[in-house]
Design a protein around this ligand. Structure first.
Ligand code: ASP
Length: 412
């Protein structure tokens, strides 16, 4: 009997951690960091290879199938409302906990050197928003810029429905065909996830170890508890109450994608697995997933939003700066913007923190305080980001009266 994929990934993950610890203990960490990690790089390149053709074909064929402008508008509105609501709920959870636990008080920390890329600061949020409209869609595809590619694909898909008959049909078929091929290709790459996850995890553990966690323990705990409340309480309640779904069944359906998000720390790299899981395991239609998931992977980041808020508040606490209620509201608002602006790649959230710090006049060097443990927190927040996108797909599918969902809760 063949072991299910999520078990294989789980074993890869655990074995990777174990192997990394062994490497540190026995002194062969350089071998792991230099050589074993190549397997992880191959896996990540495979995922990145499929992303652009997969999302372009998925969005175009999905949106072309939506049909009316009215339905298109309704879906956009629902999707954006979901993104905003859940990100705000996440930030408020983080804000409440960081005020309650006050992890930064009395923390005795050394500043680490802040890397140049962070000093340069995040790009202005206005530029990110303008950048959504590509001046050259092909260039955006070539560079792999997600938002402009998504924007153009949404429009292209929509205007297919406005084209006269023979073209409408042949274009829809054409992109549907590419999508079917890309899905199969993606499946093939997904088969290598256990090995990729093993290599990525062993590299991270061999490189960092667990010692760095000690001085930042209470900060990490605050982030982790807040993320846990959002992932295990807030989102499941929404999923159950509004989506009519069984959260445990849905988590099982998503497990391969969630573990991949954890080990890659990248929502974008995980997107192929997320699309596959939400469509094939949870049974959501391509019309909804193509709308909610690619966009969600870049702009709906509940985990990142929460993290931005907790990290900024932590930095303020360490420097002994009291933020007024009004300033805390600015933190909430900029944390939301920062999470929207953050790309779905590792450490993007850390770079965007500068926006929040700047907005309330906190020292940018504060980022150096939290650098050491960013990777592990990044892995957790990325899983929460992907989990939220997947819950959103089910909730929106349900509101669109989709009946084929496989994760609905049983009626008594
Ligand atoms: N790594 C996160 C993601 O891809 C973004 C972040 O750094 O918070 O979702």
């Amino acid at each position: 009997m063949k072991l299910k994929l999520y078990w294989q990934i789980f074993i890869g993950l655990a074995a990777g951690i174990f192997f990394g610890i062994m490497a540190r203990g026995l002194g062969f960490e350089n071998f792991v960091v230099d050589k074993v990690s190549i397997l992880g790089t191959i896996f990540l390149r495979g995922l990145r290879m499929v992303i652009i053709p997969l999302i372009v074909s998925s969005i175009i064929s999905g949106v072309a199938g939506i049909g009316s402008a009215e339905r298109f508008g309704r879906l956009s509105l629902k999707t954006l409302s979901y993104y905003l609501t859940t990100s705000l709920l996440a930030i408020l959870t983080g804000l409440a906990l960081v005020n309650l636990l006050r992890p930064g008080l009395g923390a005795n920390l050394g500043l680490e050197e802040v890397p140049e890329e962070l000093k340069a600061g995040a790009q202005k949020i206005g530029d990110t928003l303008l950048g959504i409209i590509p001046t050259n869609p092909l260039e955006a595809m070539v560079k792999g810029d997600m938002l402009p590619v998504i924007f153009f694909s949404l429009l292209f898909g929509f205007f297919i429905t406005r084209a006269p008959q023979p073209y409408r049909e042949s274009l829809t078929n054409f992109f549907q065909g590419i999508f079917e091929v890309m899905m199969r290709l993606t499946h093939f790459i997904i088969l290598f996830t256990p090995i990729g996850v093993f290599a990525l995890m062993s590299k991270i553990v061999a490189q960092t170890g667990f010692e760095v966690f000690v001085p930042l323990g209470s900060y990490m705990l605050t982030v982790m508890i807040s993320l846990a409340i959002h992932a295990f309480l807030t989102l499941p309640v929404l999923l159950y109450a509004i989506g009519g779904a069984d959260p445990v069944a849905h988590a099982r359906a998503m497990s391969a994608a969630l573990m991949t998000a954890f080990s890659t720390a990248s929502s974008s790299a995980t997107l192929p697995l997320t699309l596959d899981a939400v469509e094939n395991n949870a049974g959501v239609s391509n019309k909804v997933t193509s709308f909610v998931l690619p966009l969600g992977a870049t702009i709906n980041m509940d985990g990142t939003a929460l993290y931005e808020c907790v990290a900024a508040m932590f930095i303020a606490q360490v420097y002994g700066i009291e933020l007024s209620f009004f300033q805390q509201m600015i933190v909430v608002f900029t944390a939301l913007l920062a999470s929207i602006g953050a790309a779905g790649i590792p450490m993007a959230g850390l770079v965007m923190i500068t926006i929040v710090l700047q907005a309330v006049g906190l020292p940018l060097e504060g980022v150096g305080l939290i650098l050491a443990v960013d990777r592990i927190l990044d892995m957790m927040r990325t899983s929460v980001n992907v989990w939220s996108d997947s819950c959103g797909s089910v909730i929106i599918a349900r509101s669109e009266e989709e009946t084929e969902l496989k994760v609905l809760r049983k009626r008594a």
